[in-house]
Design a protein around this ligand. Structure first.
Ligand SMILES: Cc1cc2nc3c(=O)[nH]c(=O)nc-3n(C[C@H](O)[C@H](O)[C@H](O)COP(=O)(O)OP(=O)(O)OC[C@H]3O[C@@H](n4cnc5c(N)ncnc54)[C@H](O)[C@@H]3O)c2cc1C
Length: 469
């Protein structure tokens, strides 16, 4: 009789293109998800991610039940739970998709060792990336630290293999586990109440989202416009592995995306972030450029809070921060604007912004979040030069010219004419009155003057470099 296996779902909550399921090859298996907050420490799922995870696990359970299969849920240290379950069912092999977070890597190493001591093995498959970060090297055998040659190297590897089909049959072993509610993933205070208007977690939701992304072939023209659905909105689905990057790549090709199109390059930015995390595990906590270790940040709880709450007085910044709070997601262009505003105009450490995004983003992803914050702060690999300070008014006027985005998320200033929408403080009193706005009462005055903020940021940079401003 073939011995059973244990399939450990982690960041691949899907049935299609799931190499761990494919590796079963007809063997019976116990399918397991373990909520292991302790191992992840500071990088345990943030609040928004927990909401998504709850619904994603519900969806996966339902998809499995429709095939007569079941998912075993557990909570606690996986280093204890996985070996125990493997012993209980007599599994010869534990199969999972590989994880890349530093905490997950050391946990996997410990589990592999524990299993090996009992004559079992841990098999890890490439499931949430196109390529293993440790396999990609420059001509001189080093990891990449610059995106463009990295992406060129990935394109040169050719098309990723086609996605695997959903297994026709999954024979699961029953083993009593916890009910989903016992994972306590949903927020106690109902701040996530608007999420269901925007999202459908689960594999079917991911498939529906791709199908609905009608602007894919106009991505270059639409991807920077936050007022329209010009990007795919697939990031939370990718984050939880309800769709694999391979499936997304091939879906884009099938929809007519050719060559090294920008959309594919964005998928490779995600790969690049994981490449950095793998080779520089300090990425989420410490600047990759040593010179930034002593940057003269000016931590200020009041300014940080104004930014978090979308009360900075800069409409494009406030719109982004409110979109994040209410929908659990923010448009990429606005992520760059809001992040730049925090680290440059307000001189708050990038780690404070990274932590807020981690808690509030449904797509909170250790690699992409950390790499992007370091990119904006100018201290990462291949980062934007520090002295490039996003001007929030110009950014708003350029990318939200008709004001659709700001009017949606900052409704109290919706009545302003386009001319003043991105700079209400310049509107004459009569215009403000006509739009029912008392500046400083209904909507804040800017917490920081743009020119002053920019000059202060550049002075701080000069101080760091040991030069006179
Ligand atoms: C400060 C900051 C923090 C960020 N934090 C995260 C995060 O925690 N999780 C996350 O997934 N992305 C993060 N991003 C990257 C990017 O903003 C999102 O991936 C993108 O907005 C997701 O929307 P979409 O799915 O519609 O993207 P699309 O434009 O449709 O792109 C398709 C996919 O490509 C990937 N992608 C696109 N742009 C990037 C990028 N710049 N870096 C890495 N991958 C990218 C995503 O997986 C995305 O789903 C961050 C960016 C910034 C500036």
């Amino acid at each position: 009789m073939t011995s059973p296996a244990l399939v450990w779902f982690r960041q691949d909550l899907r049935l299609a293109d799931n190499p761990a399921l494919a590796a079963l090859d007809g063997r019976p298996a116990l399918l397991v998800y373990v909520l292991d907050d302790e191992a992840a420490g500071a990088w345990a799922h943030g609040g928004a991610q927990r909401w998504w995870l709850h619904h994603s696990l519900a969806s996966l359970t339902a998809d499995l039940a429709a095939r007569g299969a079941s998912l075993h849920l557990a909570r606690g240290p996986a280093t204890r739970i996985i070996p125990q379950l493997a012993t209980a069912i007599g599994a010869s092999e534990v199969i999972a998709g590989r994880l890349y977070e530093p905490w997950a890597r050391s946990r996997d190493a410990a589990i592999a060792e524990a299993l090996q001591a009992e004559g079992r093995k841990l098999s890890l498959h490439t499931s949430s990336l196109l390529h293993e970060p440790h396999r990609i090297r420059t001509g001189t055998g080093k990891p990449y630290s610059v995106y463009t040659p990295f992406s060129r190297a990935l394109f040169a590897l050719g098309e990723p293999p086609p996605p695997l089909p959903t297994p026709a049959r999954i024979e699961t072993l029953a083993h009593p586990g916890l009910p989903l509610e016992a994972l306590e993933l949903l927020p106690k205070r109902d701040w996530a109440r608007e999420f269901p208007q925007h999202w459908q977690p689960g594999e079917a939701g991911a498939a529906a989202r791709i199908k609905a992304f009608s602007l894919l072939n106009r991505y270059d023209a639409t991807r920077n416009l936050p007022g329209i659905p010009g990007t795919s909105g697939l990031s939370p689905h990718l984050r939880f592995g309800e769709i694999s990057p391979r499936q997304l790549w091939h879906a884009a090709r099938a929809a007519g995306v050719t060559g090294d199109a920008t959309f594919l390059k964005e998928i490779l930015w995600r790969e690049f972030a994981y490449h950095l995390l793998w080779h520089r595990p300090e990425l989420p906590e410490a600047p990759l450029q040593q010179s930034f270790a002593n940057f003269p940040w000016q931590p200020d709880a009041k300014l940080l809070r104004a930014w978090q709450r979308g009360q900075t007085g800069y409409p494009i910044v406030d719109a982004g921060m409110r979109q994040l709070w209410r929908s659990g997601w923010m448009h990429n262009r606005v992520r760059m604007i809001t992040a730049s505003f925090l680290v440059k105009h307000l001189l708050q450490p990038w780690q404070a912004g990274e932590a807020w995004f981690w808690d509030t983003l449904l797509d909170g992803d250790l690699a992409s979040n950390a790499a992007s914050w370091q990119w904006v702060a100018g201290c990462g690999a291949d980062a934007a030069p520090y002295f490039r300070v996003f001007a929030p008014v110009l950014q708003g006027e350029k990318f939200d010219a008709d004001g659709a985005y700001v009017r949606r998320w900052v409704p109290e200033i919706a009545g302003l004419p386009d001319k003043f929408l991105h700079k209400p403080w310049e509107a004459p009193e009569i215009i403000l009155r006509g739009a029912n706005i008392r500046l400083g009462v209904d909507y804040p005055r800017p917490v920081m003057d743009h020119g002053q903020g920019r000059a202060r940021a550049l002075a701080a940079y000069a101080e760091m470099r040991g030069a006179a401003p």
